[in-house]
Design a protein around this ligand. Structure first.
Ligand SMILES: [Cu+2]
Length: 155
């Protein structure tokens, strides 16, 4: 079978691009340790307000000196609207939603999650710099989406 040389170039280019993209995915997965969320915890989205610890969202200090912050993302606010955590300590954020999918992004950090009804998502961060950080919903969730934010005060 005869394949025209331009066709061969395009086939080579296409195969090459496939290898480049697969390489980028492999690099992100193994070198940058970026993986799909795993170990997600399930929660009944109709009973979030009655399920501990989401019945009393907020910050807890653990025995090892680290912190856990439990958030409920609901149209169009985060509960709690403000938390205070110390600088230099590990804070693990847990978030769920009783209604629709929301975003959970803390500006100037790499904390970037989805708040998905039925699931508890989590991510950890150590705030090195004191100040007030903005927590925003970055997933369009409805007519009041632009007003959906909270504050994290780091002392
Ligand atoms: Cu939103």
């Amino acid at each position: 079978m005869h394949v025209h040389k331009y066709e061969r170039w395009w086939l080579t280019f296409g195969m090459g691009m496939l290898l480049v993209f697969l390489g980028a995915i492999a690099f992100a997965a193994f070198a940058d340790n970026m993986n799909p969320p795993s170990g997600l915890r399930a929660i009944d989205p109709t009973k979030v307000s009655k399920t501990p610890p989401f019945d009393h969202p907020g910050v807890r200090r653990l025995a090892d000196g680290s912190y856990e912050a439990y958030y409920v993302a609901e149209v169009f606010s985060f509960e709690p609207p403000t938390i205070t955590v110390p600088a230099g300590k590990k804070v693990t954020f847990f978030v769920t939603s009783p209604d629709v999918v929301h975003g959970f992004f803390i500006a100037k950090t790499d904390v970037n999650m989805m708040a998905v009804p039925g699931w508890v998502n989590s991510d950890s961060h150590v705030f090195r710099t004191r100040g007030t950080y903005l927590l925003i919903c970055h997933e369009y969730c409805g007519i009041g989406h632009q007003n959906m934010f909270a504050k994290i005060v780091v002392r």
